[in-house]
Design a protein around this ligand. Structure first.
Ligand code: TXA
Ligand code: MG
Length: 324
């Protein structure tokens, strides 16, 4: 199966494959026509660049002009793993991969199927998350099938992914690294290796424009309206109001609190005491509200530290900034 998928990639087709974070939708990063098919299949805006996936650190030299020492340290520590590094690109990278920027994002996924596929294909593979643009990223093969059936050459299905949210995106193209997207490797873990990093101001304030093109789009949204609620004690009253308007209600909570709410759809997303379990289940939980046709959804919030930073970033996007 992996060999067959690698053949499709070599032929310039698009294949969905598992990584340790979410499923990716891959094509040969050096083949402009192949990369365009990714944008078509997802309905992705062409100004949103893709991450290039590699299986060996040496492949980086074919893609980027130079690897500064900060980037070297991070690669040593976190690859393979959920850390994407942005560096100044070389010509060979297809134009649409980088959406016209002079930098390219690269990572080495920590998943045996992904690594074998990349080795078999023998080329760097550009891959965004394998969802329809705007929907939650897929954390199993069925999610990919649901979103992209009939639009791509195939799906390498290896069951559920581990981390559950996407990789951390860090710009290392200038002296001090800048965090563009919080993800599977936490800021605390990065700072332990290279000292303090800058944080894209848009991650803290809605008034700032994001430095990374992809971060300006609404993402991960369920079909129903989602509101994040700082004080979860207010959720029962909010549910009553929605019910009185005849709405089908939903709550996103955790194992600790799941018996506290009376809603049509109560989704327990891991354990609050272990935020990695919440990240792991986050996207499948958001998809559940669509499956169960929830119309008005309330979610608890999570602490803005360690994995909580990535979780809150995705939830805020899913809610379109709707937090009370
Ligand atoms: O975990 C992941 O990163 C998954 C798996 C499949 O590897 N991929 C993923 O890709 O999440 P995608 O396309 O959904 O997100 C890539 C993000 C986008 O926000 C994009 O704008 C940003 O990375 N990005 C890519 N290249 C960039 C560049 N040169 N400069 C700034 N941002 C960039
Ligand atoms: Mg995505």
């Amino acid at each position: 199966m992996i060999k067959e998928a690698a053949l499709w990639i070599k032929k310039g087709e698009v294949i969905a494959f598992p990584t340790e974070t979410v499923y990716g939708l891959g094509a040969n990063a050096l083949d402009e026509q192949a990369v365009r098919k990714i944008f078509e299949a997802k309905g992705r805006p062409s100004d949103n660049p893709l991450i290039v996936h590699i299986a060996e650190a040496e492949q980086l030299n074919d893609l980027v002009l130079q690897v500064p020492s900060v980037a070297k340290k991070l690669i040593e520590q976190f690859w393979p793993g959920p850390l994407t590094i942005i560096l100044k690109k070389k010509e060979a990278v297809a134009e649409s991969v980088t959406a016209g920027l002079d930098t390219v994002a690269v990572r080495m996924p920590d998943h045996p199927v992904a690594l074998e596929l990349l080795k078999e294909a023998g080329v760097p593979v550009a891959a965004p998350s394998a969802n329809l643009s705007g929907k939650p990223s897929p954390t199993n093969g069925e999610h990919v099938y649901h979103d992209l059936k009939g639009r791509i050459a195939g799906i390498l299905d290896a069951g559920g992914t581990g981390v559950g949210v996407e990789s951390t995106v860090l710009d290392c193209s200038s002296d001090v690294p800048v965090l563009y997207r919080p993800g599977g490797v936490t800021v605390e873990e990065i700072e332990a290796i290279v000292g303090q990093v800058k944080i894209d101001p848009s991650l803290k304030s809605k008034d700032e424009a994001p430095l990374s093109p992809g971060m300006k789009y609404t993402h991960y949204s369920p079909n129903g309206s989602l509101t994040l609620v700082r004080n979860r004690m207010q959720i029962p009253t909010l549910l009553e109001e929605a019910k009185s308007q005849g709405k089908r209600t939903g709550v996103l909570t955790t194992e600790e609190n799941q018996d506290f709410y009376e809603a049509d759809v109560v989704v327990s997303c891991g354990k609050r005491s272990d935020l990695a379990t919440v990240a792991h289940k986050l996207y499948q939980s958001l998809r559940k509200f669509d499956e169960e046709k929830a119309e008005v959804i309330f979610s608890e919030i999570f602490p803005s530290e360690e994995m909580g930073i990535a979780i809150m970033n995705r939830l805020e996007k899913a809610a379109g900034g709707n937090i009370i």
